[in-house]
Design a protein around this ligand. Structure first.
Ligand SMILES: *[C@@H]1O[C@H](CO)[C@@H](O)[C@H](O)[C@H]1NC(C)=O
Ligand SMILES: *[C@@H]1O[C@H](CO)[C@@H](O)[C@H](O)[C@H]1NC(C)=O
Ligand SMILES: *[C@@H]1O[C@H](CO)[C@@H](O)[C@H](O)[C@H]1NC(C)=O
Length: 311
């Protein structure tokens, strides 16, 4: 008995000292983020995406857990107001698990950006079902009855999610060539990779259901995505940068195929968007100076605020 206890104690002490000697990989990562200067010209470009990352984090956290950053990591909000109208979505176990993974990924993204640049507080977000219904009605050019509710069921929530990571990914593609510093570019490439992955997962799940009717509207999933993408093209105001799940073959890969599980330009290279294009889309106004939609008071940070001052 006594000798068992001795060995147990000795082993745990040894492990403890080894633990002290080995720096945790987390510390190493933070060090590599902080040990490099971020050029001044990169700061606004790196901070801007926080607007979208807050949106994604809150939507996915609420949908999967029923609560958001106020409970999960209040520090990350920097005192910004709580989102309006977000709530748990009716999700089956698999999709709920996937959305919770996305949610924590977005929490990670917020931290990754804030390790690199100071950032800003969470902007006011309107994630109410009415806010999503407004986007859907605008896309179809008529009021759906009953109004679209992203939280009502799994298919609706996947359609609502179709709106989210893709905007972030086009923004990261757009920001990358403007960045000067290697640390900035490394961060944006890493964020782009995961945002694109999220978009691909959502699109693949919807593609499986492309011909399914979204009830009670009798409109297929593919049609929903086409109309939502058309709306984003219209609001963005810079031509074709968004494509639904089923397209005329001329728009598919190599101009040869109607299935469009991933969106891309004629070379299947991801489209890019400027911060201004993104603001026009997420405000729903088509104008970076006119906030609204998911951002009733506009985005935060120098880029978004610079457009609001001109109002
Ligand atoms: C919260 O943020 C402050 C300021 O950035 C920081 O000093 C503090 O350690 C953070 N607390 C936690 C629990 O992360
Ligand atoms: C949230 O958006 C909906 C739909 O546009 C709107 O009716 C509601 O007033 C908004 N809430 C706030 C507080 O802005
Ligand atoms: C955007 O809105 C501002 C403020 O209302 C206005 O001055 C400007 O002309 C608008 N821009 C476009 C392109 O419509």
């Amino acid at each position: 008995m006594a000798s068992t206890t001795f060995w147990a104690t000795a082993t745990s002490m040894l492990l403890f000292f080894l633990f002290l000697l080995v720096p945790s990989s987390n510390c190493v990562d933070l060090e590599s983020y902080r040990s490099h200067e971020v050029p001044k010209s990169d700061v606004d470009l790196l901070e801007f995406p926080l607007n979208l990352e807050y949106f994604e984090a809150e939507l996915f956290l609420y949908a999967s857990l029923g609560y958001g950053l106020d409970k999960v990591d209040p520090n990350l909000t920097v005192g910004g107001p709580s989102p309006i109208g977000a709530k748990a979505a009716q999700l089956g176990p698999v999709i709920k698990d996937v959305i919770l993974q996305f949610a924590y990924q977005e929490v990670g993204h917020l931290k990754a950006i804030k390790k690199t640049v100071k950032g800003f507080p969470r902007p006011l977000l309107n994630l109410s079902k009415e806010s999503f219904a407004q986007v859907v009605d605008k896309a179809f050019g008529r009021a759906l009855k009953p109004p679209f509710d992203p939280y009502a069921n799994e298919l609706n929530f996947l359609i609502a999610s179709y709106l989210v990571p893709y905007v972030g990914l086009t923004g990261y593609v757009g920001a990358n060539p403007k960045l000067e510093g290697p640390v900035s570019r490394r961060l944006v490439a890493g964020l782009l990779g995961v945002e694109s992955g999220q978009d691909a997962v959502i699109r693949a799940l919807l593609y499986e259901r492309a011909n399914q009717k979204v009830e009670p509207y009798g409109i297929t999933v593919a049609e929903f995505t086409n109309w939502l993408s058309n709306l984003r093209n219209k609001l963005g105001g810079e031509g074709l940068k968004d494509e639904g799940l089923v397209v005329p073959p001329s728009l598919g890969a190599e101009g040869k195929i109607a299935g469009n599980v991933l969106a891309g330009d004629p070379y299947s290279v991801a489209y890019d968007r400027t911060a201004e294009e993104i603001l026009r889309i997420v405000y729903g106004s088509g104008n970076a100076s006119i906030p609204g939609g998911f951002y009733p008071k506009g985005g935060n940070g120098n880029i978004a605020r610079s457009h609001l001052q001109s109002v």
